[in-house]
Each structure stands twice: as structure tokens, then as C-alpha cells.
Write a new protein. Structure first.
Length: 579
């Protein structure tokens, strides 16, 4: 007998009508996200109790309503808190209720989180049975079980895991000889896989990733040395040391990450790239994995791509109202070439995605070529570049032109072939967006000419170049005004007698900064710029002409943000290298 769909169960129970179900389906299709139950709750058609009851019926699992809180009391004589610690339970919304022989019963709020269920099986070392309950009831039960009369529960779960890793056996069981050897010693692959799947390692990797996401980190660095591991998070563009795991756990940790990202666990001599998709509460976070061999073993860098943490909207990135109007005017063009420039780590990709969002329309065919695809966006045809099989930017672009595109996004222009195809695509009625690694907007023009793009093709195709940097945003809770020093006033046209700086507080980890924003210069290509390019103008001449036409440089845009209290003078000087 076929399992009834959730909507059919809700109709049979008289909780919704066919019309309400259709409304939810239409909303789901329009927004292209969310399960049908979540959409019904968002529209206010059903409550969480009703949705969970129907979902439990659909999946054939028990449902504990908020009226049956006695059922959510774990057995106290089975040491369940030693199987799952409190921080893990709280962050994953899971509560162990009882253990019988080779089976652990847990209460969860999301029975469809397969990654969580897999981790539970590995951590518990047995089969897992689940019951479903509401979020509020589960949070209260977790607090009562773990934190009632047991402290405030605010201690770092990663620190606890790190302490446990040091208190465990320090000797490595993987080395073939009985003596301490380097990480290049031969290992038993079966033992390595076994160790990577052990509960402490599974929990530790999970905690490292989850704490990084909680701390708003963009990257996780795991670096091996002779007698230690370095664990660092990049937060707001700067690397910070985090208490590291015990050195003997380096190989199992790397192996666990490789298993999750489907990399070759036996290959330690060559760099590898992979990806993990992790579900965190109500959103999915993509994690890009890169490993490289060093003299002490493999270094792992995990790039966290969290759409929920970075709003892909121009208005939210730090552009001024004037700049947003200029950008939107250029992005509304039916054809032309739009570049975002800046050094590595200046936020070019995020701005490019935000600009791409402005062009999405059901009437347009939008195609992208990326290396790699950083954010997966509904409504866009995204192609991942794979040079190892011959799928280069140039090859992808040639194929795109036979796919009837309206908008084309190219992750980066690296060579004359890619640049030439972009220019010709823009000249033949397509809107093309891409990035260049240059220091400012004006130098993008000279860079394109230097790599071989003729100026007579470049000038009619270019419509706008955006140069940018990322600077740290002042913490809103501890920033304070002060009078700029004479050195800071010299040559800087501050319109206010006061500017701002961060004192440092608990909310920003005593840094004075929390979050980042864009400082930019927007170079609109008009007839005067085209004439100057045709006459062979230098970078300096193009920049000066753009300033006469009203362009604020990156540093000048930064001064406005300083006066608004959004960032500090020292931070703007740091990222623009102007003092």
C-alpha cells in the first residue's frame, strides 16, 4: 500500500482544505524552497502540533505532543548523558530517552535530517529509534535533563571535546612500527577508517564545524606540526587560534573529513578537493574541502558557504544608495559586460551573486560557469568547471552561446580566450558578468588590453566596472565616537567632527568588530571613458577621468562609512593601504 502524502493526511484529518493545500503548493513552487509542512506553517494554515502529528503518521513513527511531557523524560539510570552531551543535544535538537540492548530511542524535531541520524548511529554505536515532538517541548526537555541544577550549560562543547581528546590514549595505533614515526609512515587503511568512524572523532569533527558556523567563520584551518595540531577559524577576514585537538587525532580527523566529502582516504601525497553539504537547524550549509600534503601531514581547509549568514542582496552589502542606483541601472541593461574586481578575499563572488540575483527573471535564461559553484541558487543554470576533463571556462562559454542565454556569469576571466568570448558575447546581445583580479576598477581596463583584448572591441562592450574591498564592521554594542587626530584629519575631507572606533566587548570577543561590509568604487563606462581608452590612456589617466566624472575611490567610500559609524579609520586604511 502506497504511503499517503503529508497533504493528503492533513486533509483526511480535517486540518486543511484542498484549496489551502493548493495555495501552499503554489507558494512552494514560487519560492522554490521549503517542505510542504513548513510552508503550511509559514502561511499560518496549521500549527506545529498538527504538522508533526501528521508527519509522524506519514512516517509511521510515534509522536509525543506537548501535552505528554512526561514521555520526554529520559531514563536516569542508563548514563544517557554520557552517550550524547548536553551541547550536542541542544544544538542538534535531539534527546536520548532510553537504551535497550542494541537500540537507542531519541526524541527529535526533524525526522528527515538524515545526516543527524547517521551521526547518532555512529556516536551511539548502535541502532537509533526516533520519536517526534515539537521544538519547544524538546528544548524544554533538553534543558531539564542536562542543565537543571548542573550549571548554566554555557561551557564550550568544543573545549570539552578537546579536553577529552587529550585525556585519551596519546599513542597512535596506526603506525606499523612500535616507535613514534612521522605522519608519512605506512598506515593500515582498515584501521584508519575504523578510527575515523569512532564516536569521539565523529563528534569532534561535527563540533569543529558547528562551532565555526556559530562563530560566523568563513574558513576552518586544520594544520599539523611535529608535536601539535593548529586549529584556526577565519572570522571577519582574520585568523584566530582555537583550542586544538590532541595531536594523535590528526589522522582520524582528516580521514573523517575525507569520508564525508567523498575523497580518496588512501591518497596523502597529492592535493584533493571535495565538498560536504550539512543541514543546520533550518538551513543547508555547503562546505568546500581542500587538502594539501605538508611535511608533517595533510593540512585541511574547509570553506564555509552559508547563504543564511551572507545576504545575497546589494542593499545589504554596504554600498551607498548612489552606488546601488548606478549598479541597478547597469544591471538592467539588455546586453554588455559587467566586471567586479579586487584581490583574493575581497568579496567579489558574493557581490557577483548579489548582482546576479538582480537579473533573475522567469523570462530570462541565466547560465553560470564557476570554479567551483559556491552558492546553489534556484532559477539559475550553474555549471561547475572541471579542467581535469577539459571543461574550461572557454569551453563552457562556447557551449552557453548555443543554449539561448540572456545572462551569462563567468566566475573569473583568466586568459585571452575567455576574455574574448565574454566580449563577443556582450557584443552579440548577451549580458555578461565576471570578475578580475586587479587592485581597482580602472586597472581592469588596462589588464584586459594587456592580455590581448583589442580596445575597439572592449569599449563598446563594457558598461560598468566595480572595484571593492571588504572591511570589518564596528560592533554596534561597543563602538564609541571620538575626535579624529590631526593626522587622520590631514587630507581627509571629514564632514563630521566625530568618527567612531570599537572598544571591544563580550559580544564581539573583545575585537571591536562584528561582521564585514563592502567599500567600493563604481566606474560607469561613458563616452569620455571610451574615448580615453581608444586613445591609449594609462591607468592613472583613466582613474583621474573617472573621479572627474563623479566616481568615489575605494578609500573615499571608506571615509563615508567611517563618518556613519560603520567602520573605523584604521580598518579602512588597513584594507586600502592608504594612510
Amino acid at each position: 500500500m502506497a504511503r499517503l502524502k503529508l497533504g493528503e493526511i492533513l486533509i483526511n484529518q480535517g486540518l486543511i482544505s484542498q484549496e489551502q493545500l493548493q495555495k501552499a503548493i503554489d507558494t512552494q513552487k514560487r519560492e522554490k524552497r521549503g517542505r510542504i509542512g513548513e510552508v503550511l506553517m509559514k502561511l499560518g494554515i496549521i500549527t506545529e502540533e498538527s504538522m508533526n502529528s501528521a508527519l509522524a503518521s506519514q512516517l509511521g513513527i510515534p509522536y509525543y505532543s506537548s501535552d505528554n511531557t512526561d514521555l520526554l523524560k529520559p531514563r536516569e539510570d542508563q548514563g544517557l548523558e554520557s552517550i550524547l552531551d548536553g551541547d550536542f543535544a541542544r544544538k542538534n535538537l535531539v534527546l536520548p530517552l532510553s537504551k535497550h540492548m542494541n537500540s537507542l530511542t531519541c526524541a527529535v524535531n526533524d525526522p528527515l535530517d538524515l545526516l543527524l541520524l547517521d551521526n547518532l548511529r555512529r556516536i551511539a554505536g548502535c541502532e537509533v529509534n526516533i520519536v517526534l515532538t515539537t521544538k519547544n517541548a524538546l528544548q524544554k526537555a533538553i534543558a531539564d535533563f542536562y542543565y537543571s541544577d548542573k550549571g548554566d550549560g554555557k561551557s564550550s562543547m568544543l573545549n570539552q571535546a578537546v579536553e577529552k581528546s587529550y585525556s585519551s590514549n596519546q599513542s597512535s595505533s596506526f603506525v606499523t612500527s612500535g616507535q613514534k614515526e612521522s605522519a608519512s609512515a605506512e598506515l593500515s587503511l582498515d584501521k584508519l577508517i575504523e578510527k575515523a568512524g569512532e564516536a569521539p572523532v565523529v563528534k569532534l569533527v561535527d563540533l569543529i564545524i558547528r562551532q565555526a558556523i556559530d562563530e560566523r567563520a568563513s574558513d576552518i584551518h586544520i594544520e599539523p606540526y611535529n608535536s601539535k595540531i593548529n586549529l584556526r577559524y577565519r572570522i571577519d577576514g582574520k585568523l584566530y587560534n582555537i583550542p586544538p585537538p590532541a595531536p594523535h587525532l590528526h589522522l582520524p580527523i582528516v580521514s573523517r573529513i575525507k569520508i564525508l566529502s567523498k575523497l580518496d582516504i588512501a591518497e596523502k601525497r597529492l592535493p584533493q578537493d571535495g565538498a560536504i553539504s550539512a543541514k543546520l537547524e533550518d538551513r543547508t550549509v555547503d562546505i568546500r574541502i581542500s587538502t594539501v600534503p605538508t611535511v608533517w601531514g595533510e593540512k585541511v581547509v574547509m570553506r564555509i558557504l552559508d547563504k543564511g549568514a551572507v545576504p545575497l542582496e546589494l542593499a545589504s552589502l554596504g554600498f551607498s544608495p548612489k552606488q546601488i542606483d548606478m549598479l541597478r541601472n547597469a544591471l538592467s541593461s539588455p546586453y554588455g559586460l559587467f566586471f567586479v574586481t579586487g584581490p583574493t578575499g575581497s568579496g567579489k563572488s558574493t557581490t557577483l551573486y548579489a548582482a546576479l540575483n538582480e537579473t533573475i527573471d522567469p523570462s530570462k535564461n541565466v547560465m553560470t560557469a564557476e570554479d567551483p559553484v559556491e552558492y546553489k541558487i534556484d532559477g539559475i543554470n550553474q555549471v561547475a568547471i572541471r579542467t581535469e576533463i577539459g571543461l574550461t571556462f572557454a569551453i563552457a562559454l562556447k557551449a552557453f552561446l548555443r543554449q539561448d542565454p540572456d545572462v551569462i556569469m563567468v566566475g573569473e576571466v583568466r586568459d585571452i580566450e575567455t576574455a574574448s568570448i565574454c566580449v563577443r558575447a556582450a557584443l552579440t546581445g548577451h549580458f555578461v558578468l565576471s570578475t578580475l583580479h586587479t587592485n581597482d576598477a580602472a586597472s581592469a581596463i588596462t589588464r584586459l588590453i594587456d592580455i590581448g583584448v583589442p580596445h575597439y572591441l572592449l569599449t563598446p562592450s563594457l558598461i560598468m566596472i566595480l572595484g571593492q574591498r571588504l572591511c570589518r564592521r564596528l560592533c554596534s554594542k561597543c563602538k564609541e565616537p571620538y575626535e579624529p587626530t590631526p593626522d587622520q584629519h590631514a587630507g581627509n575631507k571629514f564632514t563630521s567632527d566625530l568618527i567612531y572606533r570599537g572598544k571591544g566587548c563580550e559580544d564581539c570577543n573583545s575585537t571591536g568588530y562584528k561582521g564585514r561590509l563592502v567599500i567600493s568604487e563604481v566606474l560607469a563606462i561613458d563616452d569620455s571613458i571610451r574615448a580615453a581608452v581608444s586613445n591609449g590612456a594609462t591607468w592613472a589617466e583613466l582613474k583621474e577621468l573617472a573621479r572627474k566624472n563623479g566616481m568615489d575611490t575605494i578609500f573615499e567610500s571608506g571615509l563615508r562609512l567611517i563618518e556613519q559609524g560603520l567602520t573605523s579609520y584604521d580598518e579602512v586604511c588597513r584594507v586600502t593601504m592608504e594612510y
